[in-house]
Design a protein around this ligand. Sequence first.
Ligand code: PNS
Length: 162
Amino acid sequence: MTEPRVAIYPGSFDPLTLGHEDIARRSLKFVDRLIIAVAHHPTQSKDRLFTVDERVEMIEECFADEPRIEGAEFSGLLVHFCVKVGARIVVRGLRAVSDFEYEFQMAQMNRELLPDLEMVFMTPAGEYTFLSASLVREVAALGGDVSQFVSALVLRRLEERI
Ligand code: PNS
């Protein structure tokens, strides 16, 4: 029997947007199990809207219908987390050319640290190419309607928080 293909989709997910959800669900075409892993960024914790625990909870709730996708948190290096959970694939979304340089640098560094790791970059559906969690936070904080950018579950949490 072949080993199940486990992938990590790492990020901040503050909050999870429909763009993230789109990438996660599409990745199931080539992975058997996807772990959406929320990174602890100790230096940025004061700029965050939701705690890491809350973000993982939202991920679990949004993918309650999909047993192949789960939420997790990690601190420290992504490559160490990959080794810990037995993942050899990392999924990241690429929205525009502006994302490329940062993603390319991270991919090269991760490969230096763990040569066995493959980074897979996916583009979201066209309607989400401009979408980012930071823009959703800003628009929501200033009273704008973000209902077309996040799931109903996340929207409710945003309304409670802001
Ligand atoms: O959504 P983000 O904030 O762009 O995600 C960045 C993330 C979490 C993928 C990146 O910062 C990361 O991998 N952090 C874990 C620490 C680490 O491994 N750093 C070295 C990256 S080459």
